[in-house]
Design a binder for this molecule. Structure first.
Ligand code: KG4
Ligand code: ZN
Length: 365
């Protein structure tokens, strides 16, 4: 594969309106020509979480401008592109529709292929933005909406090894922050307070840790913390201690499950085993350190993409589009693709054993 392709990516599945243009060169070397991200954090902050209607409206207002800025900054015209990719699920469906329709309209106008992208595939491929991270690798995707171990075996070849059966780890951080009234998004706020706290002060549960397997659970942790907050008025030190204890419990769970996942993961055919951590929670230093320790002990290398590529971004969507375009892994007619609120990466595993959100509407993750 020697060909170079230039792709526009659009991401609107949660609370970031993002567009990026990248060039995918021979041997998988990536040149990001532009990336523009508009965060809606201020609009959702008063509610302590992402409000889908507000998100959809904000995406509708901003997407055209953000895409135009990304094109302008890249120095590329629409005609210079080989393909246009947009997140087409899973996510908040109003926002997904806005980004997908924008991508489809541009593709139609410029007579370019439209590539619908699974947002989770974007995260799964994100380490390949910064380095040629060869397949296979083990991915821990840990964000506000997702918490899963995935064996990334190749493009479009993902095996889910374990998942949360209730809340995602980021959601757990957000919920504690909401309970304590310390701001949104919760992860950075909890991490900040935890710095001056005692992680041993509160004995919080480590759900599912004493059971075999790679599934995770964080809902019980949230409830245990809420009980503590209800039971006694916490002073500043108490709140810091609770944040530290909570963060410690989440780090323990993720680290122990990562240790087991590395055990199960078949590993690479070269002699390096790679553990990639992606998603907003990967920003957490305590969690990174815990994962790094586990990786080292297993003789593996921890790869954490730069923060702007850990959180939601359009470069990873453009990359997934470029890789799929080059490999010819495209739907027959991208324009006919319908947005999917639920779209598991490992569809077979999700259908066989929906960890949560099963039923009529299909597996959630
Ligand atoms: O990947 P992301 O930007 O969006 C999706 O959920 O897809 O992740 C956002 C999540 C939020 O739940 C946020 O609280 C969490 O990542 N987060 C953190 C930190 N920074 C962001 N969690 C723990 N520690 C952090 N420093
Ligand atoms: Zn995401």
């Amino acid at each position: 594969m020697t060909e170079t392709v230039t792709v526009l990516g659009i991401e609107t599945s949660c609370d970031e309106t993002a567009a990026a243009v990248l060039r995918h060169g021979p041997d998988g070397v990536v040149d990001i020509l532009s990336e523009v991200v508009l965060s809606q954090i201020d609009e959702h902050a008063p509610y302590g979480g992402v409000v889908p209607e507000i998100a959809a409206r904000a995406h509708a207002d901003a997407t055209d401008t953000i895409v135009q800025q990304a094109l302008d900054q890249s120095g590329q015209a629409l005609q210079d592109l080989d393909a246009i990719a947009a997140t087409s699920g899973p996510g908040l469906i109003g926002g997904v529709m806005v980004g997908m329709m924008t991508g489809k309209a541009l593709a139609l106008a410029a007579q370019k292929p439209f590539v619908p992208i699974n947002h989770l595939e974007g995260h799964a491929l994100s380490p390949r933005l910064a380095e040629v991270c060869a397949f296979p690798y083990l991915l821990l995707l840990v964000s506000g909406g997702h918490c899963q171990f995935i064996a990334v075996k190749g493009l479009g070849d993902y095996q889910r090894l374990g998942t949360t059966i209730d809340d995602a780890a980021g959601e757990a951080f957000d919920k504690l922050a909401k309970t304590l009234g310390i701001g949104f998004p919760g992860g950075p706020a909890v991490e900040r307070l935890a710095r001056t706290g005692d992680p041993a002060r509160f004995d919080l549960p480590r759900p599912l840790l004493n059971r075999p397997g790679l599934d995770m659970s964080f809902a019980g942790l949230k409830t245990a913390a809420a009980r503590i907050v209800e039971a006694e008025p916490l002073d500043d030190q108490g709140r810091a201690d609770l944040c530290a204890s909570y963060q410690h419990a989440i780090a323990d769970c993720l680290a122990e499950k990562a240790r087991r996942a590395l055990d199960v993961f078949a590993g690479a055919d070269d002699d390096e085993i790679r553990l990639v951590v992606a998603g907003g929670v990967a920003a957490n230093q305590t969690i990174r350190t815990a994962l790094d320790d586990v990786a080292r002990a297993a003789g593996a290398r921890l790869i954490a993409p730069p923060l702007r590529h850990c959180t939601d971004n359009a470069a990873m969507i453009a990359l997934a589009g470029a890789e799929r375009f080059k490999a010819g892994l495209l739907p027959e007619d991208g324009q006919a693709f319908s947005a999917r609120p639920r779209w598991p990466l490992d569809e077979a595993a999700a259908l066989a054993a929906p960890a949560y959100g099963g039923g009529k509407r299909g597996a959630k993750a």
